[in-house]
Every structure is written in structure tokens, then in C-alpha cells.
Design a protein around this ligand. Structure first.
Ligand SMILES: [Zn+2]
Length: 120
């Protein structure tokens, strides 16, 4: 296994995009049963509109929080996409309600999706 983000209080030095995806996954896994509000209809949302959507109060908020010490990022979907080099398809996998169900997005599942993006 490469020397990627380990679960510790130590601040990462020059973390890569994949380090940050895994860091966010690890933070989500600390409370694996937490439920977050998914985004709605990512696939049907125009790219420009998607990028202006606010992450606060959604499943993307903890991801923004995880990378905030390391990247310039604000509380818009587009900002997060730029900071982590995410495609619209990635955002769909991580955040769309159609991948999570009516009960919301479970932290452990979101973490799995982030790890999958880091691994591809
Ligand atoms: Zn969807």
C-alpha cells in the first residue's frame, strides 16, 4: 500500500488529490452510520448549474471540510470538483440521491465511493 493518508492528527505534507479523497473517506468512516442529505438529480442538472450548487448541508459538506486545510475550496460543488479534479460522473456517484435512496447518503457508502474514485 502506498504511503497515503493515515488516520492520525498529523497534518499531511503536500497531499495529492488521491490522498485527500482517502482522507475524506477516513473522516467519514469515523461515524459510518451518519446520514447526509444527497444532491438531487445530478445527472439531469446542467453542468453550470451543478457547479453553482451549495455544498453546505449536503453529503459534500464533510468532504469540503476534510480538504479545507489543504486546498482552496469554497462551499460550491464546482469548487469541490476543481479542488479534487472530480467529473460530473464522480459527483453523481458520490452524492446523487439515486445512488443512496430516500433515507439519505450513509457516511460509510460515501466513503466507499471516494475510495473507488481514488483507485480508478
Ligand atoms: Zn442520480
Amino acid at each position: 500500500m502506498p504511503a497515503i493518508a493515515q488516520r492520525s492528527a498529523t497534518k499531511l505534507v503536500n497531499p495529492t488529490r488521491n490522498d485527500l479523497l482517502i482522507l475524506a473517506a477516513e473522516q467519514l468512516e469515523r461515524n459510518p452510520d451518519l446520514m447526509y442529505r444527497p444532491l438531487y438529480n445530478v445527472e439531469g442538472t446542467d453542468d453550470g448549474m451543478l457547479r453553482t450548487q451549495i455544498t453546505t448541508g449536503t453529503v459534500l459538506e464533510p468532504i469540503v471540510g476534510a480538504i479545507l486545510p489543504y486546498r482552496e475550496v469554497s462551499n460550491t460543488v464546482g469548487s469541490l470538483m476543481s479542488a479534487l479534479d472530480l467529473t460530473k460522473g464522480d459527483v453523481h456517484q458520490v452524492a446523487c440521491y439515486c445512488h443512496h435512496g430516500a433515507g439519505g447518503a450513509k457516511a460509510a457508502i460515501v466513503a466507499q465511493r471516494l475510495r473507488a474514485i481514488a483507485a480508478k
